[in-house]
Design a protein around this ligand. Structure first.
Ligand code: RIB
Length: 299
């Protein structure tokens, strides 16, 4: 079975700040790092590092070859990435002294997906293959419609959350992975159990994974609920923790069929990502996640 991730590729400019910049303030960063990133790219790397056979589709500009190379080096098939005459997507990220982040996104080439491109990409996939989507490229709804007609299994990480998400054919999604804030915006509910109830009432054939920051994560479908604690680490940089969680959850689910095991691996992998700097470079390899089992503590 193949996994297609149709998603963003970004150059991340990471500014380390004592505190996030306030309106009208001029304040110096203590350090600047440049990393490969983008929710799409990060999730492809996490999927591949967790053992899935991943194909990444998306767009880069002339300045984006480093991103293609990063994916290729992680074992991701990059033949479906298109070169366009547009600046590559990028993110300006502030990381504060607690490891929290705040992100400005510029879509650039990520917003240049076309209908013809979608048709050509989907020709390579068949019924039963997985499609992973986030919300950092254009035409997400069209990709969902066409992939659904082919019988692909659609996984949606509705991030970053905005009005576009509500216009998507969400009834075609098989697996939602989202955080508490996204869940609240989508359902109007605040409590995790209520968010799950509401999403499963609206989309009864879906499976939902809700991440709850320091409180772990919960899984729900029509039959069961599973709670997963976090593994405790010292937070250095939370960027891509959610992407790591998504990639490890889906890859482990495909490999083992067990949601419980997928949640546990995703929790371990995202803890390791939080303890390291950067987006893509912070995503651990499968051996590291397995080896770290004794070093990180469930809370
Ligand atoms: O989820 C983290 C990612 O969000 C960063 O790599 C940045 O590029 C933004 O897309």
């Amino acid at each position: 079975m193949k996994v297609l991730n149709y998603g963003s590729l970004n150059l991340d400019l990471v500014y380390h700040m004592e505190h996030f910049i306030r309106p009208g303030e001029t304040f110096g960063a203590t350090r600047l790092d440049k990393f490969p990133g983008g929710k799409g790219l990060n999730q492809s790397i996490a999927l591949a590092r967790a053992g899935a056979r991943v194909y990444h589709a998306g767009n880069v500009g002339p300045d984006g070859e480093v991103l293609v190379e990063t994916l290729r080096n992680a074992g991701v098939d990059t033949n479906l990435i298109r070169r366009v005459e547009e600046v590559t997507g990028h993110a300006v990220i502030q990381v504060d002294s607690r490891g929290d982040n705040s992100i400005i996104l510029y879509a650039g080439a990520n917003a240049r997906v076309t209908s013809d491109q979608i048709d050509r990409v989907l020709e390579e996939f068949a019924r039963g293959d997985y499609l992973i989507l986030q919300n950092e490229i254009n035409l997400v709804g069209e990709i969902m419609d066409k992939a659904f007609d082919k019988g692909m299994t659609i996984v949606l990480n509705p991030s970053p959350m905005n009005e576009e998400i509500r216009k998507l054919p969400l009834e075609k999604v098989s697996i939602f992975l989202l955080n508490e804030i996204e869940g609240e915006e989508l359902t109007g509910k605040r409590e995790p159990e209520d968010i799950l109830d509401e999403l499963l009432a609206r989309y009864p054939r879906a499976r939902v994974v809700l991440t709850l920051g320091g409180k772990g994560s919960v899984y729900g479908d029509g039959e069961e609920r599973i709670q997963q604690d976090i593994y405790k680490v010292e937070a250095v940089d939370t960027t891509a923790a959610g992407d790591t969680f998504t990639g490890y959850f889906i890859s482990t689910l495909i490999r083992t069929g067990s949601c419980r095991e997928a949640l546990d691996m995703a929790a371990r992998a995202s803890a390791l990502a939080v303890s390291r700097q950067g987006a893509a470079p912070s995503i651990p390899a499968l051996e590291e996640v397995r080896a770290a089992a004794g070093d990180i503590q469930e809370m």
